[in-house]
Write a protein of this length. Structure first.
Length: 149
């Protein structure tokens, strides 16, 4: 199902999701495939694709994320020197914080250097969120995915 023309977000299975990953752009298809795979295993995973970044749709994002057990953000860019190194993650964290929504959170950065990201990697991110939820804590540092040392 495609969102209505002009929608600023594209929710995918978020209505009952325990674990939600927020994305932008092409990575969203991979994240949706990962969510579908996990749903078949009984894990309630969902994806919130942001289609319009500015002005940031904070109220809409908060509405979808407030009931999640844990939230992750996949960024494909880095803000060096910031507390959380993904620009989308910074906006999502600010949205949650300013609305007193306290949910375990992780920031993931992927695709640096044009590297592909695979469904299994996103499945692993969802499973990481599941662990965060069980601990009730957020990840303090950005997690880099698919980066070679």
């Amino acid at each position: 199902m495609s969102p209505a023309s002009g929608e600023i977000q594209e929710p995918f299975m978020v209505e009952d999701a325990d674990y939600i990953i927020v994305t932008m752009g092409a990575i969203s298809g991979t994240a949706k495939a990962a969510a579908l795979r996990l749903r078949k295993e009984g894990i309630k995973a969902g994806v919130l694709k942001i289609r319009v970044y500015r002005p940031f749709p904070a109220d809409v994002v908060a509405k979808y994320l407030e009931r999640a057990k844990a939230v992750g953000v996949l960024d494909k860019a880095v803000l060096f020197g910031s507390t959380v190194e993904g620009p989308l993650a910074m906006d999502v964290i600010a949205t949650l914080y300013t609305r007193d929504i306290r949910v375990p959170f992780a920031s993931f950065v992927h695709g640096l250097g044009g590297r592909d990201i695979y469904v299994k990697e996103v499945v692993d991110m969802f499973k990481y969120l599941e662990k965060l939820a069980s601990k009730g804590k957020s990840e303090r540092e950005t997690i880099y995915v698919g980066v070679k040392e």
